[in-house]
Design a protein around this ligand. Structure first.
Ligand code: CTP
Length: 131
């Protein structure tokens, strides 16, 4: 049976840490589904919109060879529904989320992968601001 992998994130100002986690997520199965958080959800969480619009972030993710499907994550409370709708067998998250998704073990396997060191969207924005 094919293993369907799901992961979630904002993936704003797309960088190599994003590439690495998606590449490794795909290696956990045969089919990779990415839930990209909506502009509205980001605004409600951080009081600012992402630098790249939701439609651009979706377009970038869809262009990657190891991403098979992309959908918009409208609410953080709906993880279980998204996992079940996607018929996912595995949830992959970066280890900055370690333990936070253990509740989802009711629905699928949960794997936390190590983050790529020394890079994040927040840090890139700070570096660019300081130039
Ligand atoms: N990620 C990673 N390594 C990094 C940065 C992100 O593995 N250096 C992973 C996160 O763990 C997450 C996914 O990429 O599973 C999407 O993360 P996101 O929050 O969109 O990216 P960040 O660069 O962490 O953004 P921010 O600084 O705004 O939190």
């Amino acid at each position: 049976m094919s293993r369907r992998v799901i992961t979630f994130g904002t993936f704003d100002v797309f960088h190599v840490g994003h590439v690495n986690i998606l590449e490794r997520a795909k290696q956990e199965g045969d089919y990779l589904i990415v839930g990209v958080s909506s502009d509205k959800l980001n605004f409600s969480k951080k009081q600012r919109y992402p630098v790249y619009s939701e439609s651009d972030r979706i377009k970038i993710l869809k262009s990657l060879k190891f991403v098979d499907e992309v959908f918009v994550e409208e609410s953080l409370e709906l993880k279980a529904d998204y996992i079940q709708q996607a018929k996912a067998n595995v949830l992959v998250m970066g280890d900055d989320w370690m333990g936070k998704f253990d509740d989802m073990k009711k629905y699928c396997e949960v794997i936390y992968l190590p983050r790529t060191p020394s890079i994040s969207t927040t840090e890139i924005i700070e570096v660019v601001k300081s130039l």
